[in-house]
Design a protein around this ligand. Sequence first.
Ligand SMILES: Cc1cc2nc3c(=O)[nH]c(=O)nc-3n(C[C@H](O)[C@H](O)[C@H](O)COP(=O)(O)OP(=O)(O)OC[C@H]3O[C@@H](n4cnc5c(N)ncnc54)[C@H](O)[C@@H]3O)c2cc1C
Length: 293
Amino acid sequence: MMPLTVWDVVVVGLGPAGVSASIQLKREGFSVVAVEAEKIGGALNDASVIENLPVCGGAVQATEIVKKLETSIEAHRVGVVQDKIYKIQKKKEFFLVKGHQMVLRTKCVVIASGLVPKKYPDLAGGKNIFYRARDVGDVSGLTLAIIGGGDAAFDGALRFAESAEKVYVIVRERPKAIPQLVKRARENKKIQIFENTRIGKVSHKRRVEIQFDSGLTIRGDKLLVCVGKERDLTLIPPDLKRKLEGKKLIPQELCRGMYAAGDFLNPEARYISTAMGSGIQAALLATGYIRGE
Ligand SMILES: Cc1cc2nc3c(=O)[nH]c(=O)nc-3n(C[C@H](O)[C@H](O)[C@H](O)COP(=O)(O)OP(=O)(O)OC[C@H]3O[C@@H](n4cnc5c(N)ncnc54)[C@H](O)[C@@H]3O)c2cc1C
């Protein structure tokens, strides 16, 4: 019988953190498999313009950065598997990484699975309710309502205002997005910002209807909800999961041989550069572990 392959490292997620970790590990000469459930680039697939990456020399479309990440993965010959990992089990000498299509054995795991959108109470995603900009689709000539006051809400408002007829941004208190984005949104005639609002009820049938406690009701064709993000710990082994639950700060070494990177590690510092830096750092820790240093 053929012995089963034990990989040096499995990287879960191919956003900026997972891509950086995978490349660094390949350069160290390890056998690496990167597993991506959806699309290389991760959360960047929801972003429009990126202005804070100095190596880009100015503002660039997020799609351009996604292309560069794809090219880098190819150039470094990182093996990519399209699958969603649902469980990681720690065995005596290796980890079992279980996806819906395959099971991988590996000495080491890097978890770079990012964050998942927080749900608005009693509001499941559906026909015209979305939690990620990439899922909203075409809004030409439509009215889009956005709930949220952070960067994702304002980035979405500016992006969709290019084609939508009207964009409403509904903010519970004051906008928390970076001032540049808020200023641009305020100057955009298609965008109307409602601040210090309390939403009473959201109903959605053919159209979306949002009733404020003040009595005002606004209607739209689609609703994008951007009320924050959180870690999805379902794939983490149960004993470890119990230790991490409810914590903002977690150690990068989750246990010997398992390392966290990117937004999953730093949910309070959700930036491409921090994701990439912690991806490299996770790769260095994995390298030391595999080499017994
Ligand atoms: C609208 C928006 C605008 C932004 N603008 C900026 C900006 O201007 N500047 C900036 O620096 N940052 C910006 N960001 C943040 C930046 O995109 C993130 O910080 C960065 O993408 C995080 O990288 P990551 O690799 O940690 O996670 P992600 O990019 O979230 O990647 C995680 C990947 O893991 C995959 N995955 C998850 N679970 C599994 C699983 N179980 N199995 C397999 N794969 C899995 C996901 O499909 C995803 O592709 C923005 C984000 C958004 C949403």
